[in-house]
Design a protein around this ligand. Structure first.
Ligand SMILES: *Cc1c(COP(=O)(O)O)cnc(C)c1O
Ligand SMILES: *[C@@H]1O[C@H](CO)[C@@H](O)[C@H](O)[C@H]1NC(C)=O
Length: 545
């Protein structure tokens, strides 16, 4: 072969290849070329998809490890033990020995039904009403309160309504529009601000991620990514799984637990479809630096979502709150939960956008459906108008003054708890904790998982945190009741003393479990334990003979 005008080294290389190939069967050469090309393109597609090469590799390693008989046996034994404990803890309140598994042949009378309703309701422990649990219920429930009277009335009038049919249910349509507008104005929006309601914080976050992903897809980004603080709510990971968005988690600064914005900037790529900040976040209640995240968003033309599921109906009423809403340049969407500090019964939240352009990426339309042209604004088709009406009634009933009062009470109780916990040697508060969550870890020999378990024995339902191990209390109106915070602090102090008296006690039960789950490198095993928990929620209670 004549290879003119090429440098000598290239010619030599050429000759080497030719010599090498010349001795081989062309079929084998073709097969190798094909396989090599295929492998490279496979690796490339794994590298660029929503999980990335590293996670794929890790998953397959663990997949094969778990096939080893010794590993398999261990896991199965642990799962079996867990099942027993879960049954006890989940079905512990059900002593009826009965489980309804078929429709009754003949319907029950009103009285019979009401009796049963009361029976099921009586299974509830009264713990949460006494303020012994983190979060969960945000408002004080008194069955003869004004609120309950209003809610009963709402139920009378809106039980059947469905905003999917705005002409049939014009009242509920208007209520949703008003709630969106009220929230937009509360959160620094202008006349362009728009949005919808959803069934909860997770649903609002899913919608925002869907909208921003769709925007990226329209711009030709095949595998969009989102960049979120590692302290952001798990709902973002859920959105990543559902909508195939790769999630990059950015560490928080260890001193203030706010996301490290410099690291966030480094993680931005030409595939990034959204940036996220929380005001405030779930684990430690830290308020991310939304202004700096907004600047990043503007600089790189990436939508910024603020998760104000917690802060949305608190921060607007707190005088020293840091900026977080649509007044911050760069902020494009906000999720805010009416069913948390909006103090309405569960089942409602708001998702807002700075303009219709973003909102339209959330909307859905099938112009070709046999059932007619179908359009919907959220993930659902039919929706419970009841939830919207309950929310609307709450907002109207509390009013700005009501929310200002409850916000102050929550913030006061939060700061009081924070100061008291940080005054206990051995416990370390996680950052500012100045809005509605107080998180803390253990130090100087205090094992926080053991602390948690001992608090549980004293009937306190704290939330377990991981990475770093800790606990938190999400402060609600129930904790503002007389003496609740004092009682919690007193028990915390006694538990710390107890741990100091027996520093080398073995971790057992719940304490061991909290710690263990964080140490398992194969997270798919944690999946199995968690799914066992979920399964147990759907099983018949174990029969006691
Ligand atoms: C509670 C919460 C959510 C999720 O809300 P759900 O109503 O439980 O779906 C999202 N973000 C933050 C910060 C939350 O506290
Ligand atoms: C909150 O605390 C401040 C001072 O610590 C007090 O003046 C105020 O009345 C408290 N507010 C509420 C609603 O408890």
């Amino acid at each position: 072969m004549q290879v003119l005008s090429l440098p000598q080294s290239v010619v030599t290389a050429y000759e080497c290849v030719e010599e090498f190939l010349g001795e081989r069967d062309p079929v084998v050469v073709a097969a190798f070329a094909f396989l090599g090309g295929y492998t490279l393109s496979r690796l490339w597609s794994l590298h660029t998809d929503d999980l990335g090469l590293r996670i794929h590799a890790k998953r397959s390693i663990f997949y094969y490890m778990r096939k080893l008989p010794f590993v398999k046996r261990q896991i199965e034994q642990h799962l079996k033990d867990a099942r027993g404990n879960l049954e006890k803890s989940i079905h512990g309140n059900d002593n009826s020995g009965q489980f309804l598994s078929h429709l009754p042949q003949k319907g029950l009378s009103v009285d019979e039904t009401v009796t049963l309703i009361k029976e099921y309701s009586a299974m509830e422990s009264t713990n949460w009403m006494e303020g012994r649990c983190s979060g969960a219920v945000f408002h004080i429930d008194e069955s003869e309160s004004d609120e309950m009277r209003i809610y009963r009335e709402v139920c009378d009038h809106f039980a059947w309504s469905n905003p999917l049919w705005p002409k049939l249910f014009p009242g509920v349509r208007k209520m949703e529009a008003e709630i969106v507008r009220i929230s937009a104005n509360l959160l620094g929006g202008n006349e362009k601000t728009c949005g919808t309601m959803s069934t909860g914080g997770t649903a609002s976050i899913l919608l925002a991620c869907l909208a921003h992903r769709n925007r990226a897809l329209k711009r030709g980004i095949q595998f969009p990514e989102m960049v979120i603080p590692e302290s952001a709510h798990a709902a973002f990971i859920k959105a990543g799984e559902l909508f195939r968005i790769k999630v990059t988690r950015i560490p928080v600064d260890p001193d203030n637990y706010r996301v490290n914005v410099a690291k966030m900037r480094k993680a931005i790529s030409d595939r990034t479809c959204m940036l996220v900040g929380s005001a405030v976040n779930f684990p430690s209640g830290a308020h991310d630096d939304i202004e700096s995240i907004g600047k990043l968003g503007q600089k790189y033309n990436i939508p910024v979502h603020v998760d104000a599921c917690l802060g949305g109906f608190l921060l607007p009423f707190i005088d020293d709150a840091r900026p977080f809403d649509f007044r911050v340049p760069g902020v494009c969407s906000i999720s805010a939960d009416t069913h948390k500090y909006g103090l309405t019964p569960k089942g409602s939240s708001v998702i807002l956008y700075s303009s219709k352009e973003y909102l339209h990426n959330q909307y859905f339309c099938d112009p070709d459906w046999q059932g007619g042209i179908y359009a919907s604004s959220t993930l659902e088709g039919s929706r419970a108008g009841l939830n919207i009406a309950l929310c609307w009634a709450s907002l109207r009933h509390h009013g700005a003054e009501g929310y200002r009062e409850t916000s102050r009470a929550v913030v006061n109780a939060t700061r009081k708890l924070r100061d008291a916990i940080s005054a206990i040697p051995g416990l370390k508060v996680m950052g500012a904790c100045d809005v509605c969550v107080v998180g803390w870890t253990g130090e100087d020999g205090i094992n926080i998982n053991r602390f948690h378990a001992l608090m549980e024995q004293r009937n306190w339902g704290l939330t377990s945190l991981q990475f770093p191990a800790g606990v938190h209390l999400m402060v609600t109106m129930l904790h503002t009741q007389e003496g609740v915070i004092d009682a919690l602090v007193k028990d915390a102090r006694e538990v710390v003393d107890e741990i100091r008296r027996s520093p080398n006690a073995e971790l057992t039960g719940a304490a061991a479990l909290y710690g263990m789950a964080q140490k398992i490198p194969d997270r798919s095993i944690v999946h199995e334990f968690a799914f066992e928990y979920l399964d147990t929620c759907y099983t018949e209670p174990p029969r006691h003979n």
